[in-house]
Design a protein around this ligand. Sequence first.
Ligand SMILES: [Zn+2]
Length: 238
Amino acid sequence: MGGDGGVAPNLRRFIVTTKAADQSVRSSVGRDTAGRMLWSTCDLSKEPLRHPIVLCPLGFLFNKEAVLHCLMGKSLPAEYSYIRSLKDLRPAILTPNPAFDEARSDDATVPFECPITGAPANGVNRFVSLSCGHVISRKAVEQACSDASSQNACPVCSKPVLVDDTRIVNPVDDDLVSARKALELRRLSLAEKKKTSKKSVSTSDSSSQPKHGQVTRRWQKSPKSMMPRQMRPMPIGR
Ligand SMILES: [Zn+2]
């Protein structure tokens, strides 16, 4: 479990090193370009993101079809080994940016934006995924949190939001480290819960049902006791 996310994809490492090398240009061209790549392509197939899009436990975006294909063929690269099944993924409901034109490669626009603030999802603005699946900017979350009436509800669909299950989308730097730690803790606590529930099941089993040994003994006994005695008539003397 230790190195849960495995080796970080090159693109992500590139962002990290860009920031480390030059803290003062946080939204430099390099970071911006890499951010736009992250927000427009499937992290696995590197194809353009197309619905249905899913989010992994670390916060990366994938075309559902691409992950499904790899899961079924057991060909998921080692760096994604933390994805064990489709259950580890959740839908990512992204809002298309109406200004985006896929045909224009020189276009500075990005495919998705925040449905609340209209901020572009370009790697410069932080975005989060809520437990309902909606992906919104962190600013929109902050706005929602400042309004007492809408706290803990998605500002798009009004569904209650599980705060513990809010993930930063396309995390970099400290956010990525935190995402890995959070995943590790979630899995540890799940394993602990499983252990506890197994123990309680076995305890209740032992009180209400015969012990394993008894069952075995009864089973061993019954064939003999049910077996009719050999009452063959004695051979009469010839
Ligand atoms: Zn929602």
